[in-house]
Design a protein around this ligand. Structure first.
Ligand code: ADP
Ligand code: ZN
Ligand code: ZN
Length: 790
């Protein structure tokens, strides 16, 4: 028997599997999707690999090595995930092995250890071995010592071995278990002096359903001593066993919540979702329209059908409210997966899912790989969020993965948003997705009224540079009424662009309809897409003002300004600085809810927050997001402003929003103020059509790098030439250009952007290009292909 194995060797990455012999004692246990340890390379060191196939024959004619041992008793990647990993590797141009590893908790990536084993007692007494029979060989070993080890090995004084250390450890704890005995009877047998022992027996009499209790709890909470417990165990009345326990990433306390009675609109959407079968439903519902309640009831429906449910949220640490809602409804059936978990917690949550103990998974991007069987529904909340795309290898989009899994399980996929991505909405428009609207808030209130504050008008200004008069007045009224406010400081594209403080002008690329980026190294403005360059102007080309310069403001500065104007206000600041430690988001949000007046923060406060007493929302700087070198900047700005506006007036009181801007005429800002998604969609689609961007064209970005700038450029130029030969007439290749950061760690970068429609030849050529570069590693090129860059 032979096994096809993808090995985890960073320097030998390829998508080809290697054939290995399966030792006869493993023939009955080995399965596809298991991890194994196999010898690799001339050194025969052991490395980790994944079994991707088993066969009776091998095409390889040379002598095959045998699998050393299995790392799993059951496959860690089931048939579905194996297939998915292969598809994903094609789709993202990533290595198959990285796709498989991305699907699993980090701890399942084994560590390797090189050790020296002493073969004679004399050598054991050498300083290196310090009397031990084996020592780890790591990077701390000097060159001289390495030579010495080599000599010893030649003289057969030592043996050098490689170990695969599986880091996936289960946590085990001692438990004291009830026996099938009459404890009332036992109590009569115990001497009255044995008070503590009697108490322990009494504990099991008082709680007839208590099967076992952890030793730790008995010692710490119940205050028994080890001596007491051991005495009772020794008499055979109770037993002591070691058991595997799950590490709990969430608080053990769950506050149960109950189904709400759905409004007519919610009921309609709910029915469409549970009857969607294998369709994709785009649930486009304004902020406060009660999408979460629909998700929860749909999940409940599929759980009752004996199925499982997967729900993705953009960034879970930012939405503790969502997690507690799902747990409130489904209790211990819920597993939570996100980047804030310790590796042990993550592993245990993964195992709870894999064994079927958890049947609802809530998580951020990578939770899309949760090993749920028999999926009944997949939900992606805020489907437009950029965080669903992974920016490192493998560069996958969780939405694409979810759609693939939906097809595999033949189950509905729900994409929810108040402001769907243009890609999804266009598919809804065409009928590829089922488009379901929710256009009323649950509380029947209108959306908050929005006022655009023009920062160019002197009448609007105060002593504080970032706070306009209308906003300050509104804040004062809000605080007088003992209501709360949320203020957003938009940090996107922070200070990489030029802005005229007088007229709001931002230099644009003449070819691409994209704001130019400031390149400080070369002291010029540059277009990210086509490479257009121009000098940094010292006066505004539009209004001749000298106030054209970098823009940017920090949260701390705004906090000081607020404190000056509103000395008694209790301000909670939420940004990267104040949310470093685990659980900080939740603590800050709780503090705001209980005792805060103003929540001031970056993008992280825009989403999902539901505080009934918030009636005022202010956007300090609506423009910053607009002026990045990204064709999605209008879309992102529109989405952000709509999201944050939606935080106001969610309960009984009506909300009010102030958007401060230098560009009150910009359609993204105007239409966000009018909260008119439809109009924005129309207008933005026109722009995308004219400029040849998604959803009319697909984009692929290729990044090429090398230590020599000339080499990098030559390679980029050759790739561009090769790609051009397969492009169709209406398709386009831009570049090679230098990216915003042209040199990282002394590697020079060039990039190419391809706009294409449907072109299988193009994808084939790109796979060839990537393969060729990988095979020829010695030449030192790196080529990364980003399918649908964000
Ligand atoms: P969205 O996610 O669409 O912005 P939410 O799901 O946060 O809206 O719902 C807004 C508010 O309305 C929440 O406080 C929620 O508890 C409440 N809500 C939702 N559905 C109902 C309902 N059917 N009856 C009463 N309150 C509801
Ligand atoms: Zn100007
Ligand atoms: Zn350009």
């Amino acid at each position: 028997m032979y096994a096809q194995i993808i090995v985890d060797v960073p320097t030998q990455q390829t998508n080809h599997s290697f054939d290995y012999l399966v030792p006869s004692n493993l023939e009955n246990t080995i399965q596809k999707g298991m991890r194994v340890a196999v010898p690799f390379g001339r050194s025969q060191r052991l490395v980790q690999g994944f079994v991707v196939g088993l066969s009776a024959h091998s095409k390889f004619s040379g002598q095959l090595k045998a699998i050393d041992h299995l790392l799993d008793l059951r496959p860690v990647l089931n048939e579905e995930l194996l297939q998915l990993s292969q598809w994903m590797s094609q789709q993202t141009f990533g290595f198959w092995i990285s796709c498989m590893q991305t699907m699993l908790p980090n701890v399942m990536r084994a560590k390797y250890q090189k050790i020296a084993v002493a073969l004679t007692p004399q050598i054991q007494n050498n300083g290196f071995f310090q009397g031990q029979s084996a020592q780890v060989i790591d990077n701390s070993i000097s060159v001289n010592m390495q030579k010495q080890l080599f000599n010893w090995q030649k003289k057969q004084l030592i043996d050098i071995k490689y170990l695969v250390k599986d880091q996936a450890k289960q946590l085990k704890q001692w438990f004291i278990q009830r026996q099938d005995l009459d404890y009332a009877q036992i109590l009569t047998e115990l001497k009255p002096q044995a008070k503590k022992q009697r108490q322990l027996i009494q504990l099991f009499i008082d709680q007839p359903n208590l099967q076992q209790i952890s030793l730790q709890q008995l010692l710490q909470k119940e205050h028994f001593t080890a001596a007491t417990i051991n005495a009772v165990v020794k008499k055979g009345w109770l037993t002591k066993v070691k058991q595997v326990v799950w590490r709990q990433p969430t608080e053990p306390k769950i506050t149960p919540t109950h189904d709400l009675v759905l409004t007519a609109q919610q009921q309609n959407a709910y029915q469409k979702i549970i009857n969607a079968q294998n369709q994709v439903v785009l649930l486009q519902g304004i902020t406060g329209s009660g999408k979460t309640e629909i998700y929860l009831q749909a999940i409940k429906y599929f759980l009752q059908q004996k199925k499982t449910a997967l729900m993705l949220v953009p960034e879970i640490s930012l939405t503790p409210q969502m997690v507690s809602q799902v747990r409130g409804r489904f209790g211990h059936l819920v597993a939570v997966l996100h980047s804030g978990l310790s590796s042990g917690e993550r592993y245990d949550e993964w195992r709870r899912i894999e064994t079927g103990a958890a049947r609802v998974v809530v998580g951020a991007r990578s939770a899309v790989f949760a090993p749920l069987n028999n999926l009944g529904i997949i939900i992606i909340d805020e489907e437009h969020e950029a965080s669903y795309k992974q920016e490192d290898n493998p560069r996958y989009h969780a939405r694409d993965i979810a759609l693939w899994r939906g097809k595999y399980h033949n189950c509905p996929v729900v994409l929810g948003s108040a402001t769907p991505s243009l890609e999804s909405r266009a598919r809804g428009q065409k009928g590829v997705y089922k488009l379901v609207h929710l256009n009323q808030r649950v509380n029947q209130h209108a959306l908050p009224t929005v006022e655009v504050v023009d920062l160019r008008m002197p009448a609007n200004l105060t002593q504080q540079p970032d706070l306009s008069l209308p906003l300050v007045q509104a804040l004062k009224i809000c605080l007088q009424r003992q209501e709360q406010a949320i203020l957003l400081l938009n940090r996107r594209g922070f200070s990489s662009f030029l802005l005229c403080r007088e007229c709001g002008y931002v230099p644009q690329c003449p070819n691409c309809d994209i704001s130019l980026t400031v390149h400080l190294q070369e002291h010029c403005l540059m277009c990210h897409y086509c490479g257009h360059k121009e000098a940094i102007p010292t006066v505004c080309p539009q209004c001749k003002s000298k106030k054209i310069r970098f823009s940017g403001t920090g949260t701390q500065k705004v906090e000081q300004q607020l404190q000056t104007i509103l000395p008694t206000a209790r301000i909670i600041r939420m940004d990267n600085d104040t949310t470093k430690h685990k659980g900080a988001h939740q603590q800050l949000l709780e503090r705001f809810e209980q005792t805060g007046d103003i929540l001031l923060g970056t993008q992280m406060i825009a989403k999902g927050l539901d505080f009934p007493n918030v009636t005022l929302v202010g956007v300090i700087n609506a423009d910053t997001g607009l002026i990045t070198n990204d064709f999605r900047s209008s879309e992102r700005t529109f989405q952000l402003l709509t999201q944050v506006s939606g935080r106001a007036g969610r309960a009984q009181k009506t909300g009010k929003v102030y958007i401060q801007t230098y560009n009150p005429q910009h359609y993204a800002i105007k239409l966000a103020a009018q909260q008119d998604y439809e109009k924005f969609y129309q207008q933005e689609m026109q722009f995308r059509h004219q400029a040849g961007y998604p959803p009319y064209y697909y984009l692929i970005k290729i990044t090429i790098s090398h230590h020599s700038q000339a080499q990098a450029f030559k390679m980029a130029y050759n790739i561009a030439k090769q790609v051009r030969t397969v492009l169709k007439k209406d398709e386009q290749l831009l570049g090679p250009t230098e990216p915003t950061i042209a040199r990282i760690k002394n590697r020079y970068y060039y990039q190419i952007v391809i706009k294409y429609r449907i072109n299988p030849n193009l994808l084939k050529v790109l796979h060839q290009i990537v393969n060729n570069v990988q095979i020829d590693k010695k030449r030192g090129f790196l080529v990364a292909v980003d399918n649908e860059p964000q």
